[in-house]
Design a protein around this ligand. Sequence first.
Ligand code: FMN
Length: 169
Amino acid sequence: MEALEAIMTRRSPRAWLNKPVPPEMVLKLLAAAMQAPSAGDGQPWHFVVIDDREMLDLASRFYPGAAPARSAPLAILACADLGEDRFGGFWEQDCAAAVENMLLAAHAMGLGALWTGVYPLTERVHAFRKLLKMPPNVEVLAFVMVGYPDMIPPPEDRFRKDRIHHNRW
Ligand SMILES: Cc1cc2nc3c(=O)[nH]c(=O)nc-3n(C[C@H](O)[C@H](O)[C@H](O)COP(=O)(O)O)c2cc1C
């Protein structure tokens, strides 16, 4: 799929087919994520691949948006090691760019990916830290469910001329 087509047609699926995601596709998603731009090329991201059924079920109960993890074959937790946030404070933007790359790559490969927000909600961050035995210097940006979608919403045109400003507000 061409890049612009992937951008314009990507949507968030919330229901999945009962079909595993092949490990080589998972690696492609992670490679796409790690190809993202980052402040000073700091690449502070870490990714926890979760395909353990029990852990996905536990995570699905953390907050309403995580519920689709109950039927998803896989989820990827996008994290950042704050010790690697070289310029201090850019890790969120770095990891968000990585997550968007992952979403687009998933869509281009015939998969679907659902971004759900973790940071800055401390109770969500703590829930994942506890579940995955993560050290306190690691932040959690997003819990991204991945799978073959059962239903994908149709593309939506969000172009708004009133959001564009030229030379002044
Ligand atoms: C930071 C962030 C947090 C999000 N959190 C949730 C969430 O908790 N639950 C959910 O169902 N979707 C979540 N989403 C997905 C959005 O609801 C979705 O992207 C938006 O409605 C636009 O739809 P689309 O992705 O299908 O284009 C989140 C997206 C972002 C970028």
